[in-house]
Design a binder for this molecule. Structure first.
Ligand code: MN
Length: 741
């Protein structure tokens, strides 16, 4: 940044130019403590910085910052705000001015405000591509943009300067091309007027709306102006009568009241007319009177006086002093029958209430003549923030309000796609969070990203206003490492779901192999039965299976039995009688032993740990009774091929005993994990008799547990519960013993 070539010292014989002179007049009137010297220095600085520039209308550029400062002076804003307003376009527009230079001469606070306004500008629609502009035309995008601007402003004063800047630009819109005028007017109506309303700055809100209205609908605006003006002329007598009589009677009662006719703003009348199908005659409350008094008590006295003079229209009364509006607005509203028989709206409030109603956040901010401690101020500001943004009753955009009422600036970041769509994400989100937010496929296939045109690592945290471009490749895979840094629950869930699905694919391969083997052992050709269409048809007759893929993966995971599927394939109904019933007794050592009716010892095979409800087969051992295997157990499969004569069909219903089952759970590794998992077991009344946890280098953990369950129904419940747990990547019932034992 080259050094500035202009002087920063105001010459002693320098005479205040006209605009600056007017600003000082206004400041002396409203805020005598204003630092005239510092403001003059800021003007001198800005005037030189903008010297070679003109506005579109041809007037010197400096007229703009001075007008903005003047609007802010009217709002009673403080010195740093006025100074920052004078400087607000210097850093961006003038190559020779750096933020450091501003800070050097006007201090850190002013520099921060100027920087804030500059940043807002570069992210507002003015500086965006056509795609971004088009995107902002939708209501949702306008809302996102409002959120983003507010979040970026960080300091209310930045937003107030921005609003004043916009107001002056709207006032001088006439010299722009029509399309540009329409676009800026639209943006004003959709983005900035609502922001002014949020900040409670009615003064700016209605001016922005009326100016936008004038530019967007010039014919309607003219007609409205004419109609309202005519009505006013016709009713001037009634209006004057109510003003004079109210003032007089107040004075007789010792109240010095400021009573004025209040112009209603055109855009709100226009809106009302649109709602009532453009019947101007129906909109009777075009006239309004405002009474400003000193104290709350006087407000109520004045209300009595007004009602004494003019009969109130009962239904149209609101006491917002006793019951302030959620944004802190206080006033008494009443509607009375005017002397000409038409209704007139009357608002009664104190001076303080009036300031808050007109200036909103600015009224809260303005100093009470310089003896305010900064600490008090920030506390006041915090309360104010809560008040201002807790508009729950006022607005149906509850999401926005919630995000603001908890913490205005800290919780969310707002970023752009290259096309200009705005996305909001939790603060601390990374490029990966963003990718998943835009689209799951973009997240899953993400291989690289650019933030504001610069290639960055995927774990880069995104900032407000960043423009993010994702690079994807088909067949790319997400990494488990991403779970270490993603911030949003959404991305986390999608990544986990992906890895769960990978496990399902493995399971499906295993399931298909099991089926093929079984079919071959029955002398059937697998090709005839395992085509996609055949399997799909098969799932129609099965509960809880939504497709061929799921059928195979459930099979592979041991969630459904091979025999059950084979029976379906062969059209055989399940539930054939077993060759012999089985009784169960529990030995003194607590181990279960199984016996047949004829007292032959029956035991559970350790290789596959069957439980009641499993599809089981009995293997007649040599001298050790019958060994019960799960039908899908590889050993049983082998025996069925090698020694089919030794195999007996069995059914094994639940018998009231508990049986050990081994599970392997792969989860995302984090603190307190084991506790959370065992809580689920506890909840399901499944006793954990052994557990082992092993953490893996890729931020996962493998947990092997042995639990005691009564039958497959209970096991199924436990497994469903565990796999619904968001950290769990995969869950498998193991054959044989868990390594823990
Ligand atoms: Mn400006």
């Amino acid at each position: 940044m080259p050094e500035p070539t202009f002087s920063l010292d105001v010459p002693p014989d320098w005479e205040d130019p006209e605009g600056l002179h007017d600003l000082f007049e206004r400041l002396r009137e409203l805020r005598p403590s204003a630092d005239i010297r510092a403001i003059r220095k800021a003007y001198f600085f800005a005037e030189q910085a903008h010297r070679s520039q003109t506005r579109e209308s041809g007037v010197p550029y400096i007229t703009h910052p001075v007008a903005v400062a003047r609007i802010l002076a009217d709002l009673h804003m403080d010195d740093p705000t006025i100074i920052a307003a004078l400087l607000h376009d210097t850093v961006e527009d003038c190559n020779q001015v750096s933020l450091e230079l501003v800070q050097e001469h006007f201090g850190a606070e002013v520099a921060r405000l100027v920087d804030g306004v500059t940043k807002l500008k570069s992210k507002s629609i003015e500086a965006q591509s056509d795609g971004q502009k088009a995107a902002a035309d939708t209501t949702a995008a306008a809302e996102s943009l409002r959120k983003m601007l507010l979040a970026m402003a960080k300091d209310f004063r930045v937003m107030v300067i921005k609003l004043a800047d916009r107001l002056h630009n709207m006032q001088t819109l006439g010299s722009l091309r029509p399309e540009k005028r329409t676009r800026i007017a639209n943006e004003t109506l959709n983005v900035y007027a609502p922001l002014a309303a949020r900040l409670g700055i009615w003064q700016i809100k209605w001016q922005l709306e009326d100016l936008a209205f004038k530019n967007l609908h010039p014919n309607e605006f003219d007609r409205m102006t004419e109609l309202v003006g005519r009505t006013r002329r016709e009713r001037e007598e009634a209006l004057q009568k109510i003003i004079v009589e109210t003032k007089d009677l107040c004075l007789k009662n010792g109240i010095k009241a400021d009573v004025r006719g209040r112009p209603k703003h055109l855009y709100s009348i226009f809106n009302k007319m649109v709602k009532s199908n453009f019947r101007f005659e129906d909109i009777l409350d075009l006239l309004a009177v405002r009474v400003i008094v000193d104290t709350v008590a006087q407000c109520y006295l004045t209300l009595g006086i007004v009602h004494q003079l003019f009969p109130p229209i009962q239904s149209l009364f609101g006491d917002y002093i006793a019951k302030p509006k959620p944004n802190g607005y206080r006033s008494i509203h009443t509607k009375v029958l005017g002397p000409d028989g038409n209704p007139i709206e009357v608002q009664i409030r104190t001076r303080e209430m009036h300031e808050v109603a007109e200036f909103g956040v600015a009224a809260h901010w303005s100093y009470k003549e310089g003896n305010e401690a900064p600490a008090e101020d920030s506390e006041r500001f915090r309360v104010l923030r809560e008040q201002l943004f807790d508009w729950t009753a006022e607005n149906n955009s509850s999401d926005f309000l919630r995000s603001l009422s908890t913490d205005l600036f800290a919780e969310q970041v707002f970023v752009f796609t290259p096309k200009g769509d705005v996305f909001d994400l939790p603060a601390g989100s990374t490029v990966v969070d963003y990718a998943f937010r835009v689209h799951t496929d973009i997240g899953l296939q993400l291989i690289g990203a650019k933030v504001n045109g610069v290639i960055v690592p995927l774990n880069t945290q995104i900032k407000n206003g960043d423009i993010i471009e994702c690079e994807t490749r088909k067949n790319a895979q997400p990494s488990l490492d991403w779970l270490k840094f993603v911030r949003s629950q959404h991305a986390r869930n999608k990544i986990r779901a992906h890895f769960r699905k990978l496990n399902r694919v493995d399971d499906a391969v295993r399931g298909r192999a099991l089926l093929e083997k079984e079919l071959r052992s029955l002398g059937l050709d697998p090709k005839k039965f395992l085509g996609e269409a055949k399997l799909q048809a098969l799932t129609k007759s099965m509960h809880g299976v939504s497709g061929a893929e799921e059928l195979l993966s459930h099979l592979g995971a041991g969630l459904i039995s091979v025999q059950g599927v084979i029976n379906k394939i062969r059209g055989i109904q399940p539930g054939a009688q077993p060759a012999s019933g089985i009784l169960v007794r529990t030995t003194r050592e607590g181990k279960s032993a199984l016996t047949t009716n004829d007292n032959i010892l029956v035991s559970r095979a350790k290789c596959c740990s069957p439980i009641p409800g499993d599809e089981v087969v009995g293997y007649v051992t040599r001298g050790r009774g019958i060994m019960i295997h799960r039908r899908i157990c590889p050993n049983a499969q082998h025996s069925m091929e090698a020694e089919p004569g030794r195999m007996l069909p069995y059914s094994w219903p639940s018998d009231g005993s508990l049986y050990a089952v081994n599970l392997k759970i792969v989860t995302v590794n984090r603190q307190g994990l084991l506790m959370d998992i065992s809580a689920v077991f506890g909840e399901m009344k499944a006793n954990v008799s052994a557990a082992k946890i092993q953490t893996m280098p890729n931020h996962t953990a493998e947990i092997e547990v042995t639990i005691d369950v009564a039958d497959t129904d209970q096991l199924q419940l436990v497994m469903t519960k565990i796999s619904n747990y968001s950290d769990v990547i995969s869950l498998l019932r193991l054959f044989g013993r868990a390594a823990a034992r």
